[in-house]
Design a protein around this ligand. Structure first.
Ligand code: FES
Length: 162
């Protein structure tokens, strides 16, 4: 039986992004970002979340390859948008028009499902480690980088090679 796909996604609206930029503090950004992503509804600032299954989500996991149909996961076409594909333990984000993919298994103590993304930074909300889009540690307690995966756009799909 096929396991249902668990996906979280998000993106900041222009007004929310500008507000956060004006706040001007990394601490404020990560704090508000965490609260924002855990409290907003699907009609607020995030793109459609938690698609129920592979066929409707446009996301297919096959071995070490993840294929994301960008005409279904349209939110990912916007810079600042991101996905956490829990089943594949993978983070995907659009960073200034380029796609990045990283493991979602935090190098601090292994949390894999409690992430937010904002201002081009991934935050593991288990203990607050912050990583840049290439997986490098910006703030601990994690000390090792996240593994980065290769991405490729082909025929309207974003393909992630783990
Ligand atoms: S598990 Fe990610 S910061 Fe601790």
């Amino acid at each position: 039986m096929e396991k249902s796909l668990v996906v979280k996604s998000g993106s900041l609206t222009e007004s929310r992004r500008k507000f956060l930029e004006k706040a001007g503090s990394t601490l404020v950004l990560s704090t508000l970002g965490a609260a924002f992503f855990t409290s907003c509804s699907s009609t607020d600032d995030s793109d459609p979340t938690t698609p129920p299954g592979n066929s409707s989500s446009g996301i297919t996991i096959s071995g070490n390859t993840i294929t994301i149909n960008l005409s279904i996961q349209t939110g990912l076409n916007t810079s600042g948008s991101w996905l956490l594909i829990e089943n594949a333990r993978t983070l995907v984000a659009n960073v200034n028009g380029a796609f990045v993919a990283l493991t979602s298994v935090c190098t601090h103590s292994g949390c894999s499902d409690n992430w937010t993304f904002g201002s081009n930074r991934f935050t593991c909300n288990c203990h607050g480690s912050v990583f840049d889009p290439s997986g490098r540690v910006l703030n601990g307690p994690a000390s090792a980088p996240l593994q980065q995966f290769t991405t490729q756009v082909s025929a309207g799909n974003l393909v992630v090679f783990k």
